[in-house]
Unconditional design. Sequence first.
Length: 152
Amino acid sequence: METKSFLKLLRKVIREEVQSVVRKELKVALNETKLDHKKVIDHGMDLHNIAEKSQRPVRSKKKFVKDSMLNDILNETATSADFSTMSDSPSMYQTSDVNSFASTRTVNAPIVENDVNGAPVNMANKQVAKTVGLMTKDYSALMKAIDKKKGR
């Protein structure tokens, strides 16, 4: 058999096989169930409606301050913040925690050296010294008295 006739015969066989396989695949592809786009859109809208219903109800706005912009911000904060963890429960800080906080400080170390801008604080000024003294005063006795009054 000559090579030309062999190549023609080989091409014919390959062409027939490819056509039969392509026909089978097309039949499978054409018989597949098609997506109903309307159903998909309706499903998405249903999910959106469920999500909208499950959101928190809108609270009426309270008047905290006279400034309307600040009042709007405070209302947003009041509705979005979760203060459920803040309570007078025993898990919050107690007066017994004062000792552990106080133990982290060095006794003779200056408490305030620089202000918020990094400038040194003038402790010679009586008003500054008084303010710093009030801010760094040991209030543990007062807190113990409060706890005793509350019955803790």
